[in-house]
Write a protein that binds this ligand. Structure first.
Ligand code: GLA
Length: 384
């Protein structure tokens, strides 16, 4: 890996001396409900957001991968694709390198490329900026090297890149959301068999706004907490003699709890009740429209706070303040330990709810949260 400096703000042509062959975009996501269920073979309900990573790319014939990110101005990372090894690439470049390594490991004859990455997905905000980065590069390579991968194969490949090369034991939700989501719909995904259904979600038509309140508390999924939670779930499933916690019915929860060490009981309760919340959310959404999601979101937050313990004072304050200010429901979204809270609000109250959260953060001495509006958006695509 060599890193050289380049003039910040350079265009692809200025950096590499030729035009890109194309531009591929892959979005971040917010998850409506179904947190920490994916690696338990359960259900999730994410939407893609308008913010995306764009990969401008052109093949190279010499086996060199050159990477520039507008997020890290002035730096070019140069890698020999045949020499890529897990752990061998540091920082942001590990994610695109991981995708190329995984493609080669899967037997695809891919070589190098010149790549310029441009992202407006906030990093460390629980909005899947890493999955978006992986998926944009996977989409670019898929087309440039004519691999013929479909969206699900690409998502699995991007997940494998993160698991095996970057070393984060994430589930499949973020990559599936980034690759598969459609505008105007939420993705009801079964993380066991990857069957997916697009559930229409017309927030504007229902007079609703989905606020994203980024607490700006940075989480780091690689720090071991996520891996420990995942291991706890797997241990509980093994002790219960089940393939995964998805296979535990809610009615069997009391009996199962007597067979588990005390520290695993709340983890299992969260996963089982959260899977139920996803199924209920889809039913309510289809029967009564998006407003009916509100109480389910708030119940999901309580479960993450009290049972799974992935919330933190900032996410609790954002969720509680939003509900107190009139939101129909609010919850932490994503891996946790900071990141973003989503709040479902009637559009006429959106401004006031956001202002109430900003004010509560100021009063508590926290950094000012960043506020976005999430619109269910299209998954990965070629843009040029
Ligand atoms: C992260 C992971 C996902 C999922 C969520 C929690 O975003 O990448 O696979 O486990 O946390 O729901």
């Amino acid at each position: 890996m060599t890193t050289t400096s380049t003039a910040p703000g350079s265009t692809f042509e200025e950096l590499y001396g030729h035009a890109p062959e194309g531009v591929w975009a892959a979005p971040g996501r917010v998850n409506l409900i179904g947190e920490h269920t994916d690696y338990n073979d359960g259900f999730v309900l994410p939407i893609a957001i308008p913010q995306a990573v764009r990969a401008y790319a052109r093949r190279r014939s010499d086996g060199v991968l050159r990477l520039v990110s507008t997020r890290v101005p002035g730096e070019t990372v140069e890698l020999d694709v045949a020499a890529l090894t897990p752990g061998g690439v540091a920082g942001w470049a590990a994610y695109p390198a991981a995708v190329v390594w995984t493609l080669r490991k899967a037997g695809h004859e891919v070589g190098g490329a010149d790549v310029l990455l441009d992202s407006d997905v906030p990093g460390g905000a629980g909005l899947s900026s890493s999955a978006a980065l992986e998926c944009a590069v996977a989409a670019a390579y898929n087309d440039l090297y004519e691999l013929g991968l479909d969206a699900v194969e690409s998502a699995l490949l991007a997940q494998r890149a993160e698991n095996e090369f970057v070393g984060v034991p994430c589930g499949i939700m973020d990559q599936m959301a980034s690759m598969v989501c459609r505008a105007g719909a939420a993705l009801h995904l079964d993380a066991r068999d990857l069957s997916a259904r697009h559930v229409p979600l017309d927030l504007a038509g229902a007079g609703l706004t989905l606020l994203v309140l980024d607490t700006r508390v940075q989480h780091d999924l690689a720090d071991g907490a996520y891996a420990a939670l995942r291991a706890g779930c797997e241990r509980a499933a093994a002790l219960l003699g089940l393939p995964a916690l998805r296979d535990l019915a809610a009615a069997d929860l009391p009996a199962a709890s007597t067979r588990l060490p005390a520290e695993l009981v709340p983890l299992v309760r969260h996963v089982v009740t959260e899977n139920e919340r996803v199924e209920r959310a889809v039913e309510e959404l289809e029967r009564h429209g998006p407003a009916a999601l509100g109480p389910i979101l708030t119940a999901g937050h309580a479960s993450l706070r009290d049972d799974y313990r992935t919330s933190c004072p900032e996410t609790d304050l954002a969720a509680d303040t939003a509900v107190a200010a009139g939101a129909l429901g609010a919850r932490m979204t994503g891996g946790g330990f900071g990141g973003s809270v989503i709040a479902l609000v009637s559009t006429e109250k959106a401004q006031a709810v956001a202002a109430a959260v900003v004010e509560a953060f100021a009063a508590a001495g926290y950094a000012e949260p960043h506020v976005y509006r999430a619109v269910p958006s299209e998954g990965a695509r070629r843009e040029a």
